[in-house]
Design a protein around this ligand. Structure first.
Ligand code: C5P
Length: 218
């Protein structure tokens, strides 16, 4: 369908990125990783030496960096002031700071505008925490993707080539706690969302399921 928008929200490490990119690829849609935008903002604040726990300082600076997201599911890119930060935003320092930064209302308002600009043209799979609830509640298909913490931690650790499953799990759960508990646009299952639990499903199975939902949206 022309203008199709698929919103995929869920907890950290639930497989949103692989799933969203796979669905976009299968359906010939664009792809937007909104988490990468929050990470890019966080990366920039850290580079500027801003104390990310200082809400007023963060709020005062949100308008400064130019953040641009590519929408090719095969090669997602993100730039800050023209610099490609796709790799840098996956660093541990950014991962540890991103949830507090994302809880600041001014950060969300700034990125919401950028997100809606990209989504407006349609034909896109968008992943995040609040896409179906706040950013684009009118999405044609809304998915809430989850998986057991053990499964998430194991997959994420393997992905990163690490071995410390326990500390990965702790980091995922800490982000979930902050993301679900914040006042502005908390992580939640949006009205009308289909809950997909990927704990015992392969990536291919989850993608098939969402592709099927897109063929027959509720
Ligand atoms: O998806 P990813 O794990 O890369 O997202 C990083 C962080 O960005 C999340 O833990 C959350 O704090 C924030 N985020 C958000 N709203 C979104 C997407 C991500 O608050 N729509």
């Amino acid at each position: 369908r022309p203008g199709l928008v698929i919103a995929i929200d869920g907890t950290s490490g639930s497989g949103k990125s692989s799933t969203s990119r796979g669905v976009a690829e299968r359906l010939g849609l664009r792809y937007l990783d909104t988490g990468a935008m929050f990470r890019a903002m966080t990366w920039w604040l850290l580079c500027e030496g801003v104390d990310v726990r200082d809400v007023a300082a963060v709020a005062a600076l949100v308008g400064r960096p130019a953040i641009e997201s590519g929408t090719d599911p095969l090669a997602p890119t993100i730039t800050v002031d023209g610099v490609d930060v796709s790799v840098a935003i996956r660093g541990e320092d950014v991962t540890a700071a991103v949830s507090p930064v994302s809880a600041v209302p001014e950060v969300r308002a700034r990125l919401l505008d950028l997100q809606r600009d990209v989504i407006g043209a349609g034909d896109i799979v968008v992943e995040g925490r609040d896409i179906g609830s706040v950013v684009w509640p009118q999405a044609d298909v809304k998915v809430y993707l989850s998986a057991d913490p053990d499964a998430r931690a194991q997959r994420r650790t393997a992905e990163q080539g690490g071995t410390d499953v326990a500390s990965t799990q702790q980091s995922l759960l800490e982000r979930d706690r902050i993301d679900s508990g914040r006042a502005t646009a908390p992580l939640t299952m949006a009205e009308g969302a289909v809950h997909v639990d990927s704990t015992h499903q392969s990536l291919a199975e989850v993608i098939d399921r969402i592709v099927a939902l897109a063929g027959a949206p509720a």
